[in-house]
Ligand binder design. Structure first.
Ligand code: T1G
Length: 694
């Protein structure tokens, strides 16, 4: 018996008849999220089918870009509105007539669970099916962890629930998650399938299928093997383990019991900080795409051809982003040897991707075929967007932009990949500052998802809109930053590095500081990062001039992993070990500077490195260098690997409590000396008990 509910006035769910098949259609833009009205409408539609003997089968479908893309995340944290999704899925599965789910776009989360509650699933070839709940710090909470292993097999279910990565319709068909691929008009094929199965009994209920659980029942070791194989990737996250536990319950227990485990595990995650952080981050990432203070409906400029100046690591990586997205790229260097090396590295990177099966050989050739390497600077004249990735000195940047100003076509966007320098100063070296913008890619540029769009004082609104649109096309997550030294990410990195280095002199070791950061959830600590990126970045290159620990290391060729030694010693497999040489250099410097060394606690390291980052983030906000606190979080999660289960530095500060952050910084104020000053915004918010992330 279905719940008796008041049908909402304008239900997003409508029903029509196609012969004796009831077509249930959801029209709930933008992604047919399974909000309360949709759930109510689905139950009412099944009710309609049950009550009318003339109806022999049901098709559930969606209008718009996609099949149901999951529960309505905006409902989370609010009082639940009946019927809740698990009972909707059960209602579908218990329908006495066959229900066919017609899938296009992305059947995600609760959407896939609705499809799993249906008796049959048909999908168009480019549809995707997935359970991304783990990315929200959750698990499929409407029977998905119990039905998916029964339909697609345990191993595939484990991969899907813990990665959140959708699979394509053909793969779904091959594992039995989809019964048919619709080569043509989806609804027509779905109705044909409904006709075909109308009299089949018993109806194939996913929750009653057991054959695909047998192997795991006989070999439960697969769960621990799966845990071990993914330990690094899951480190610090709660949701992957809960998902594994739920699938284990599906194998070990009858459906009715397993689904109770699922519910308990789901509620446990939902009540936790990690899922709140990851849900916050889901919206933060989308909010970052919204640019404040520009005229409504600003149109993007048309970008067909891209130019890149510099075929080094950054120039090559930047070019690959556009080539992979189908843009022709003219890449300019000053010497043939550099040009050849750069294009060679690009090809090698593509071939490595193809070797991993993530690209085909022809896609590699297609991308490389769009590349036009040249020594002729004037070849950039017909490009719509030109990005310079030359040496990081203002003098060279100004010279390049001065030359671009003379040859670039009117309306071309002139972008600098600078990671620190003043975009306004660079723009002033042209007659068209309105066309100048910063596009700060993170290394390796063809891999890192973050892009900082640096908004100059005179940057035109349509240039910003174009940059944001291009970011999406090249699969980057872009954040608008103001013009200040280091913009958002690197500006917050500086106080962290300053305090980390001072802590070395005062008694901490590189491995202690790095351990604290790795235990916090960062992929690596400040000194591991320095060794990876290169200790010599920004070094003055004069080995006789030794003013700090970094100079001392560089002077003896300890430039990091690339030299087999930096803050750590490295073996031939680049495995790090603490270095007595470095320890001695640190102690000598401390002695020379009259620093009395002492034991440093882990929490002092947190206060002086992570809390200072929050303080700097707060200054970035109060100076208007970031549009919103959540943008700062997006920068740090995508640019530096801040653990998404902590939401980002500003969200994390809120969970710590701003009063605690201020108190911690007050503890350290004397030690940090003139390197530190409080953000007034942070002090004000802490005093008023306010948060950064509303
Ligand atoms: N709920 C509410 N709003 C959503 C939403 C959702 N599930 N998905 C997207 N939106 C909004 C989004 O905020 C944006 O709003 C607009 O739709 C377009 O999204 C019980 C508990 C479907 C692949 O995690 O992956 O089911 O910014 O910009 O690039 O087991 O949206 O325009 O105001 O991302 O074309 C599980 C999340 C939920 C899917 C489309 N489902 N969505 O990408 O558009 S939990 C998900 C996506 C669940 C059950 C569990 C993508 C997309 P605005 P967009 P897109």
């Amino acid at each position: 018996m279905t719940d008796v509910i008041d049908k909402p006035t304008t239900s997003p769910i409508s029903t029509t008849r196609h012969g004796d098949v009831l077509i249930v259609t959801s029209n709930n833009p933008p992604v047919n999220a399974l909000g309360a009205a949709v759930r109510q409408g689905l139950v009412a539609a099944i009710d309609e089918a049950e009550k009318d003997d003339a109806i022999k089968a049901v098709v559930i479908r969606c209008e718009g870009q996609t099949f149901f893309a999951g529960a309505d995340i905006t409902e989370f944290g609010k009082p639940p509105v009946m019927p809740w999704l698990p009972s909707v899925v059960d209602t579908i599965e218990n329908c006495s007539k066959p229900v066919v789910a017609a899938i296009h776009g992305t059947a995600l989360g609760g959407g896939l669970e609705v499809a799993l509650g249906s008796h049959y699933r048909i999908a168009v070839p480019d549809a995707k099916l997935g359970v991304p709940e783990v990315k929200l710090g959750l698990l499929p909470g409407a029977g998905g962890t119990q039905r998916l292993p029964r339909v697609a097999g345990v191993q595939k279910a484990l991969e899907m629930v813990t990665s959140g990565t959708p699979i394509g319709a053909r793969e779904a068909f091959s594992v039995g998650l989809v019964d048919r691929i619709a080569e043509g008009e989806l609804l027509q094929h779905a109705v044909a399938l409904a006709d075909e199965v109308r009299d089949i009994r018993p109806l194939p209920k996913s929750s009653e299928r057991d054959e695909k659980l047998k192997e795991a029942r006989e070999n439960p070791a697969i769960f621990d093997e799966f845990r071990k194989a993914n330990a690094r990737k899951f480190r610090g996250f709660e949701a992957p383990e809960a998902n594994i536990k739920a699938v284990e319950a599906a194998v070990a227990k009858p459906y009715a019991e397993g689904v109770i485990d699922e519910r308990n595990l789901f509620m446990g995650l939902m009540a936790g900080t990690q899922s709140r952080a990851q849900q916050y981050f889901f919206f933060a990432e989308r909010k970052a795409a919204k640019i404040e203070n520009i005229p409504e409906n600003t149109r993007p400029r048309d970008v067909k051809k891209v130019g890149v100046i510099g075929a080094g690591t950054m120039g090559g990586g930047i070019s690959m982003n556009f080539l992979s997205a189908g843009f022709p790229v003219t890449i300019v260097e000053m010497a043939q040897e550099a040009l050849d090396r750069g294009t060679g590295v690009m090809r090698k990177n593509y071939e490595a991707t193809a070797a991993k099966g993530r690209m085909t050989g022809e896609q590699v050739e297609k991308a490389m075929g769009l590349l036009k390497p040249t020594l002729d600077f004037d070849a950039l004249a017909d490009c719509d967007l030109i990005i310079e990735a030359v040496f990081e000195t203002m003098e060279i940047k100004k010279d390049v932009f001065g030359r671009l100003d003379k040859i670039a076509k009117p309306g071309a966007i002139l972008a600098s990949n600078t990671s620190y320098l003043n975009i306004d100063e660079i723009a002033a070296s042209t007659s068209r500052p309105q066309d100048v913008v910063g596009l700060h890619f993170f290394s390796p540029a063809n891999v890192m998802k973050l892009l900082e769009i640096v908004r100059g004082a005179k940057t035109a609104p349509d240039v910003l809109v174009t940059a944001m649109q291009l970011a999406k096309k090249i699969r980057k997550v872009a954040v608008v930053a103001g013009v200040c030294h280091g913009f958002i990410g690197n500006r917050m990195l500086m106080p962290r590095q300053v305090e980390a280095t001072k802590l070395l002199l005062e008694g901490a070791t590189p491995e202690q500081i790095d351990r604290v950061h790795v235990e916090f959830g960062m992929p690596m600590g400040p000194f591991q990062m320095a060794d990876l990126a290169g200790v010599d970045i920004g070094w003055h290159r004069d080995p006789s001039r030794i003013e700090n620990i970094r100079d001392a290391l560089c002077a003896i060729d300890r430039w990091g992993q690339k030299k087999g030694a930096g803050f750590y010693d490295y073996d031939d497999k680049r495995r790090p070990s603490p270095s007595p040489v470095v320890q001695q250099i640190i102690e000598d410097f401390a002695a020379k500077q009259g620093v009395t060394r002492r034991d440093i606690s882990d929490e002092e390291i947190v206060e002086r490195t992570l809390y200072t980052m929050v303080n700097e983030g707060s200054k970035i906000l109060e100076e208007g260098m970031a549009q919103r606190a959540s943008d700062i979080d997006v920068v740090w999660v995508y640019g530096y690997g801040w653990p998404v289960y902590r939401g980002g530095p500003m969200f994390w500060a809120d969970t710590e409590g701003l009063e605690k952050i201020v108190a911690g910084l007050r503890n350290q104020e004397a030690r940090m000396g003139s390197d530190f000053s409080f953000s007034q915004l942070l002090l004000d918010k802490a005093a008023k008990g306010e948060k950064f992330s509303r």
